[in-house]
Design a protein. Structure first.
Length: 226
């Protein structure tokens, strides 16, 4: 059983090992959508593409890693992985879908809801949105408080049956199930409660929609084309 799981994990690493730096470049998705929808029908398998907007994959030692929660909160937090794992765990089995067209069905995720983190930190009345920062030093994302409090928005420490790998944004990444993959900030280091939405990396560089609902953004539900 253990060997079997390791095998699947190893396959996943091989299949996902391509670095696709900048593949989400501005305007590119407009021409690289999957008009046939066939990629969504391909059976199983870990067909993630691995993205980074920096020169590689940043690394953090899981034993010293801390997730900061700050900004317009009553009590700023600095949480170790053990702290996160001591909180109520949420498990999700849901698809991961990039706005450029690829999708991985039924991915296993585990972590804590952003709602629980916010509850613990205590959001001040002036707070209305969140800024997510990556320790790659470049990537950011945003959600409104209402979006972030959904039960299917988690800070994930486990993915694909094991700790979130370095390539997939470990030790801790965001997973925003109802939205396209660019919302799911990898190498997550900081969540800041802000007074307004600050558009994230691809929303600025690639002009993606800030509200990134799968099937309901980035032109995906335009009545004129569907
Ligand atoms: N820090 C960081 N987070 C990121 C990205 C990135 O380049 N850097 N790419 C985003 C995009 S566009 C997608 S589709 C997913 C890809 O996740 P994966 O690399 O685990 O497949 O990560 C998202 N989060
Ligand atoms: Mo993406």
């Amino acid at each position: 059983m253990v060997l079997g799981m390791l095998g699947v994990g190893a396959l996943g690493v091989v299949a996902g090992s391509r670095i696709q730096r900048g593949v989400d470049a501005a305007l590119r998705p407009l021409t690289s959508r999957d008009p046939t929808g066939l990629s969504a029908l391909l059976p199983g398998g870990d067909n993630f593409q691995i993205y980074t907007v920096t020169d590689g994959y940043p690394a953090a030692d899981p034993s010293t890693y801390r997730l900061r929660v700050d900004g317009r909160v009553a009590a700023p937090l600095q949480l170790s992985i053990a702290d996160l794992q001591a909180m109520p765990a949420t498990t999700l089995v849901k698809d991961f879908q990039c706005v450029t067209g690829w999708r991985v069905p039924a991915v296993h995720w585990q972590g804590v809801t952003v709602a629980d983190l916010l509850e613990r930190a205590g959001v001040q009345p002036s707070g209305s949105a969140l800024r997510f920062e990556s320790f790659d030093g470049t990537y950011t994302e945003s959600l409104t408080l209402d979006q972030a409090r959904r039960p299917d928005v988690i800070v994930a420490y486990s993915m694909l049956g094991g700790p979130v790998s370095r390539a997939h944004g470990g030790p801790v990444r965001l997973y925003v199930a109802p939205m396209y993959g660019y919302k799911s900030c990898k190498w997550l280091s900081r969540i800041t409660v802000t007074d307004q939405v600050e558009p994230g990396y691809w929303e600025t560089v690639g002009n993606y929609d800030v509200n990134a609902w799968v099937g309901g953004s980035n032109g995906r539900d335009d009545p004129a084309t569907s």
